[in-house]
Design a protein around this ligand. Structure first.
Ligand code: PLP
Length: 388
């Protein structure tokens, strides 16, 4: 179906941070399949894991024990401080699991019509519940009736949440992204996370973080909440976890860890041996090659570089990010930049109309980051001239 518009280019293969089109042109991939190819393309550890596992066993269903899934769950819990994991096949499914945990948690505590607070400009996926949770009319319009049980608040406004707490006794959880990806690489005020943790504790709300995009090393820690001394009750992830194989995970701890019991939720494919083998290779490689540190270091270097080199550029409104999740906000819509960049061999993304979003693979090195910085600065300067 015509859900994605006309494609501009297609690729025949990829290696490291590079993609190659049919004609053999090379592109530096600074969007990584929308934050998915954290280890870049054709990473040998992932390829080897997939080949070996495919030779042995691909799928059995969750009617049976899956050793690979148990191993991966243990690795994810060890790296995150969480206690239990449900595996699905995508980010939206990971969030569906979180939403179901929140609702059941509410019902278990005598709240018959539980409400989940979600944020303006949020993106949580395209299923009915997750598009309802998303804060973007464009992805909801035409798909009414939407799902009930969601309340909306401005992003990063702890006062608004305190207000909701005072006026609404049916709230059971808050769901938000630590950095909004699709919404424009929007960041939270420095103290927000700790204030939210305290508010959730006080109100007995579940603090649920959508780390589908920010997880798996993207922001310079394995999960973005690890920049703060706290644990959420529920965290979801997907994208970078499988490096391209479809896997999503919903992790929980404390009172949320065992809310779901036998029969409450399920997935036929979720956490099958093949995708778990690939994800295990990703988790192990992120640790072995210290890719969180690389994302932290090169992310800071890139943001500083952009700020320095674009300081005189009037078309720039803001430059922000954490790790290798970087947003450059322009004063005007700039979707045209995508094709300008592509013609120069750089793949970028523009989101929320006027924000250049960079999500390069976590394996990017200093030399490649230098090329990325210089090219994007060039393209912005060129765009500014033709749009002034
Ligand atoms: C991409 C994304 C999703 C949806 O993931 P899918 O795998 O496309 O279902 C959900 N939340 C966030 C924050 C995302 O970036």
């Amino acid at each position: 179906m015509n859900t994605y518009g006309q494609p501009s280019v297609s690729f025949s293969h990829g290696k490291n941070v590079y993609l190659y089109d049919q004609a053999g042109h090379e592109y530096l991939d600074a969007i990584s399949g929308i934050g998915v190819n954290a280890l870049g393309h054709s990473h040998p550890a992932v390829t080897e894991a997939i080949k070996t596992q495919a030779d042995r066993l691909i799928h059995t269903s969750n009617l049976y024990g899956i050793e690979r899934q148990q191993q991966l769950a243990q690795s994810l819990c060890a790296v995150s401080g969480m206690e239990s994991v449900f595996f699905g096949n995508s980010g939206a499914e990971a969030n569906e699991a979180a939403i179901k945990i929140a609702r059941l948690y509410g019902h278990n505590n005598g709240i018959d019509l539980p409400q989940i607070v979600v944020m303006d400009n949020a993106f949580h996926g395209r299923t009915m519940a997750t598009l309802t949770a998303s804060g973007n009319r464009k992805i909801q319009a035409g798909f009414e009736p939407l799902v009930g049980g969601f309340l909306r608040a401005p992003y990063g406004d702890i006062k608004a949440l305190e207000n909701i707490a005072q006026n609404n006794s049916n709230v059971v959880a808050v769901l938000l992204e630590p950095i909004q990806g699709e919404g424009g690489v929007n960041m939270l005020p420095e103290n927000f996370m700790t204030e939210l943790r305290a508010l959730c504790d006080q109100q007995h709300w579940l603090m649920m973080l959508d780390e589908v995009q920010t997880g798996n090393g993207r922001t310079g820690k394995y999960f973005a909440y690890q920049h703060h001394p706290l644990l959420p009750d529920v965290v979801t992830t997907a994208k970078g976890l499988g490096n391209g194989l479809p896997i999503g995970a919903c992790l929980a701890q404390g009172k949320a860890a065992n809310t779901l019991g036998p029969g409450n939720h399920g997935s036929t494919y979720g956490g099958n041996p093949l995708v778990c083998a690939a994800a295990q290779a990703v988790v192990d490689t992120i640790a072995e090659q210290q890719l969180c540190d690389n994302a932290d270091k090169l992310g800071k270097w890139l943001v500083e570089g952009f700020k320095e080199q674009l300081s005189e550029q009037a078309i720039i409104k803001d430059i922000r990010g954490q790790g290798l999740m970087i947003g450059i906000e322009l004063t005007q819509p700039c979707a045209d930049l995508v094709s300008l960049a592509r013609d120069k061999g750089i793949l970028i993304n523009v989101t929320a109309g006027n924000v250049i979003r960079l999500l390069p693979p976590l394996i990017i090195n200093q030399a490649q980051a230098e090329i990325l910085l210089a090219s994007v600065v060039d393209i912005i300067n060129q765009f500014a001239v033709s749009h002034s």
